[in-house]
Ligand binder design. Structure first.
Ligand code: NAP
Length: 499
């Protein structure tokens, strides 16, 4: 019998009202890991109701006390890092060192937001009138709905849950259907750390049922969504109609620019790590390399050679460089783009097919794929593939490379390899993405800076870290205190003060 996991609603672990379940599998081996509730609108309504009832008390709990619980959560995650990392590899597929990094991100965010409990800075400014105090404070929003993808099953939820909680919101979380067991294990830690019932509720299930019900619920004041552009757009339209706030963190089509004066070995390392780490299933994964003429040939040769030697397998094995894709559909999508690339006239240097030798046949593996002679307008160069597929594009100058970088409907991350400091600063000025790296790959953000993107990658909010994350989960309230004892009129009585 498969191990059973439940929804967490109002501090209790309970099945879906319908009794329906979803099976979670290991994408490398096909092994069954357990079953979770396939929730519907009734379960979501119960969870939202619990969150709404818990809100008054939680918002009035002093922020340093809320933060104390979050610090405890982070400490437990740190103590359990190895076992959580192993579970993450088994349920999501990324290799263990990367899985441990995913878990570490939650420790970092938990600690960072625990510190925020003693800051949560507002604004204090001079008033234009005498004997008057002017300030602004942050208010929580109420019940926040959190919807997350499977590719960073601990890190991405932690970017949302910790800040939303420290700000005083109560939450209902719908994790991805491919990684629900990790979600249950993550929520257990909050319970263990003493988070009061109803403050964080977990509802597992399918996006179109449980996710949609969360978006539509009138008591949910905000949706914080990370996932594909397709679903993000759908949710944005629904939220606009319902008049609720929505924070979107969507896809990427990230590029590394390698200029003629770059350190070629360093650039090759950066490309391999950024393109094929997590099997290319990172929103910040490199899927385009833009090269200037003198380094084109050497980069193409080195990258193709290194990619062809990457060892595929179960991410728990120390011999594995690249794990599986999350599911059959994801592998099929990568393959579809290999066919599209060939059809568009790009040159396949390596990969381009499923990997099915021996044990690999049990999972969803795809050979690291590199295309050369890709032009900026090809679908291969424009659309998010979300797998181990890399396109090499030639540019004649820095200006053209940046133009190609900016010429996609995504704007998450970009990097440039150059040994010229002036060029680096020009690139920092002109690259139009939310994250820019100099002489490093396109991945590797830290929680103390904002994470998010421009153009189709988002709608202007920033989650993942830095002070702006607090703006996503709070409402500003400006407060004026007049202690003059008489009626003072702003913009009117000020005239008499200067005459
Ligand atoms: P997805 O298919 O859009 O799913 C994301 C979440 O939305 C899942 O929990 C999904 O549930 C749910 N969902 C699906 N349909 C829904 C609906 N109609 N209403 C409400 N919720 C719904 O994305 P994914 O495949 O899980 O993740 C990959 C994508 O995420 C990529 O595009 C990647 O670039 C992006 N991503 C972005 C960032 C960032 O910070 N910018 C970070 C990580 C990933 P199911 O699981 O049941 O489908």
């Amino acid at each position: 019998m498969a191990r059973e996991f439940f929804n967490y609603i109002d501090g209790k672990w309970i099945p879906a009202q319908s009794g329906a379940t979803i099976v979670s599998h290991n994408p490398a081996t096909g092994e069954t890991l357990g079953v979770v509730p396939a929730s519907d609108a009734r379960d979501v309504a119960r969870a939202v109701d619990a969150a709404a009832r818990a809100f008054e008390k939680w918002r009035k709990t002093p922020a340093p006390h809320r933060a104390e619980i979050l610090r405890h959560v982070a400490e437990i995650i740190r103590a359990r890092k190895q076992s959580l990392g192993e579970l993450l590899t088994r349920e999501m597929g990324k290799v263990l060192p990367e899985a441990l990094g995913d878990v570490q991100e939650a420790v970092d965010m938990g600690m960072y937001m625990a510190g925020e409990g003693r800051r949560l800075n507002g604004l204090l400014v001079p008033s234009e009138l005498p004997n008057k105090w002017a300030m602004a404070v942050r208010d929580p929003l109420g019940v926040v709905g959190i919807i997350t993808p499977w590719n960073f099953p601990i890190a991405v939820p932690s970017w949302k849950i910790f800040p939303a909680l420290v700000c005083g919101n109560t939450l209902v979380w719908k994790p991805a259907e491919d990684t629900p067991i990790l979600a249950a294990e993550f929520v257990k830690i909050f319970e263990e750390a003493g988070l009061p019932p109803g403050v964080l509720n977990l509802v597992t299930g399918y996006g179109e049922l449980a996710g949609a019900a969360l978006v539509e619920h009138p008591q949910v004041k905000m949706i914080s969504f990370t996932g594909s552009n397709e679903i993000g757009k759908l949710i944005a339209v629904q939220c606009a109609q319902l008049g609720k706030r929505v924070s979107l963190e969507l896809g990427g089509k990230n590029a590394i620019i390698v200029l003629d004066d770059a350190d070629i070995d360093l650039a090759t390392d950066g490309i391999i790590w950024s393109a094929f780490g997590t099997s290319g299933q990172r929103c910040t994964a490199t899927s385009r390399v833009i090269v200037t003429p003198d380094v084109h040939k050497s980069i193409a040769e080195r990258v193709a050679e290194r990619a062809s030697k990457l060892r595929l397998g179960d991410g728990l094995l120390p011999t594995t460089d690249v794990g599986p894709l999350i599911n059959k559909a994801a592998a099929a999508k990568v393959h579809e783009y290999s066919e599209i690339g060939k059809g568009e006239g790009a040159t396949l240097l390596t990969g381009g097919d499923y990997a099915t030798e021996g044990e690999l046949a049990r999972g969803h593996f795809y050979k690291p794929t590199v295309f050369d002679q890709v032009t900026p307008t090809m679908r291969l160069a424009q659309e998010e593939i979300f797998g181990p597929s890399l396109s090499i594009i030639r540019a004649d100058s820095l200006a053209q490379a940046i133009q190609i970088n900016n010429g996609v409907n995504f704007g998450l991350s970009a990097s440039i390899f150059t040994s010229n400091v002036n060029t680096a600063f020009e690139a920092m000025r002109d690259i139009a993405t939310g994250i820019v790296y100099i002489n490093a790959g396109t991945i590797g953000s830290e929680v103390q800076l904002p994470f998010g993107g421009t153009r189709g990658t988002g709608n202007g909010h920033r989650e993942g870290g830095g002070p702006p994350v607090l703006d996503a989960f709070t409402e500003w309230k400006s407060i004026y205190v007049d202690y003059s004892g008489r009626l003072q009129r702003a913009q009117i009585d000020t005239d008499s003060l200067v005459s």
